[in-house]
Write a protein that binds this ligand. Sequence first.
Ligand SMILES: CC(C)(COP(=O)(O)OP(=O)(O)OC[C@H]1O[C@@H](n2cnc3c(N)ncnc32)[C@H](O)[C@@H]1OP(=O)(O)O)[C@@H](O)C(=O)NCCC(=O)NCCS
Length: 312
Amino acid sequence: MSSEVVMVKAGDLLRSYPTLLEKEPGFAKVLVGAQDGYAYVVDHGGEIPCGAICIRKEWDSSFFEREIFDLYAFLDNEAVQLQEPLLLSIDSALQSAWSKGAQCIFARVPLERMGVIRTTERAGFRTYDVICRLQRTNRRVKLGSYHSSDSVREARETDVWSLVSLASSAFGLDHFHQDLEISKDAADAMYGIWIRNLFHEQACRVFIHEIDHKIGGFVTLREAPDELDAKRPKYHIDLIAVDEKHRRSGVGRRLLRKVTDEVGRDSRIDVATQASNLGAIRLYLDAGFSICSYSVTLHLWHRDLSASGARY
Ligand SMILES: CC(C)(COP(=O)(O)OP(=O)(O)OC[C@H]1O[C@@H](n2cnc3c(N)ncnc32)[C@H](O)[C@@H]1OP(=O)(O)O)[C@@H](O)C(=O)NCCC(=O)NCCS
């Protein structure tokens, strides 16, 4: 098989290879959003069996004051014989990102895409977390184990700084905190800004559990239109956190109870957390959620290249 990598403008790629939309809808969506960027693909008789593109992450680059890009890669049918051509495509996409000043590149790959993960690792990337996605099904939950959500109310403007303070100290298992190249202060602050932004987002509601007039925990609930079924409401929980001193006393359960009460039985709710976050996963499973997929988050820092034995 020819392994020649061609550089194609993202906006032109779908026009030149319309079958890509059907075969790799995730990658096709990325191309639509990256009109002027360049993808690096292998052309094999008018078909493209693998390819890669790097896109600058605007928000992360500005917040962490480092140039951060995302790598998206695809490999048709996970074919082993295509891993070498994919590596060439990834290398080309990386070179283009480094030449634009990238300092770190992130990649998030579904766990079942082992060929892409292996090839991304061969390019020098290392895994920093495994994300577990869960979805609430209509499965009846054990109401007996449930606490009432009466003590939970919607957050108000005057709660914002307490929310920021709680969010800035509650998280630690994510790929930002796990990568020592990113300071803990910056990773903590990111959660503070995240909850503040969610509070001000129109499609998002924030609920809090008050204990002794202080915020003991919060949960966010954002409307996220269902791409497959527009008539069926869908929601996403971006963040849930309980103050360390109130953990394991049912606050998380009450918060989840509130959001499930709010959206009704037929609405879908999805949520993602680290696979290592046993407490959160047990909380969700107990509340009627089921695990639906896993993905791996990898990072490659520019300085890693000489130390890791990768080809640069
Ligand atoms: C995950 C979190 C929200 C749970 O809140 P909580 O108020 O402590 O949870 P609850 O007391 O309501 O616990 C409900 C159930 O969840 C499970 N659970 C919660 N914490 C757990 C832990 N540390 N270990 C094992 N199971 C745990 C248990 O099944 C528990 O039921 P049980 O106490 O009857 O065994 C809290 O630990 C937290 O804020 N963690 C940091 C932030 C975070 O990781 N958020 C999730 C990702 S967005």
